[in-house]
Design a protein around this ligand. Sequence first.
Ligand SMILES: [Zn+2]
Length: 139
Amino acid sequence: MQKVERMMKALTSSGICMDTTAAQPYLYQLTHQRNQLLAQVAEQRGGQLGRAEVASAHFDNSQDDQAQIRSERELEFALNEHELVALQAIDDALKRIQEGVYGLCVTCGVSIAPERLHAAPQALRCVACQTTFESTQTH
Ligand SMILES: [Zn+2]
């Protein structure tokens, strides 16, 4: 909570940007998501694999026995990686709020639809660019 206030102060004193007021709900949402994520990580580091069921969806494609045996270790690794990516995305979005460019597509520069930001406040691209971006990623 203190961190939010400090961030808000930094925003209002920065002098930049029309959009800080509009970005405030997202700032709260992102900060909340970040706290939740960190709380989850803390819980897992406490020795619990409580989110194993959620994460097991990632391993649906590994049907062979070897994968089954390895899955528990890989699960932990995958979760960490996933969490890091998620955290990075949230931090990037928070940084973009501070820079006054939040809500603008990083690829084409248009304003991202508010509905999209409400659903995914850490979104960096408009739907069109995200679709293109994802289609260029090889899995
Ligand atoms: Zn775009």
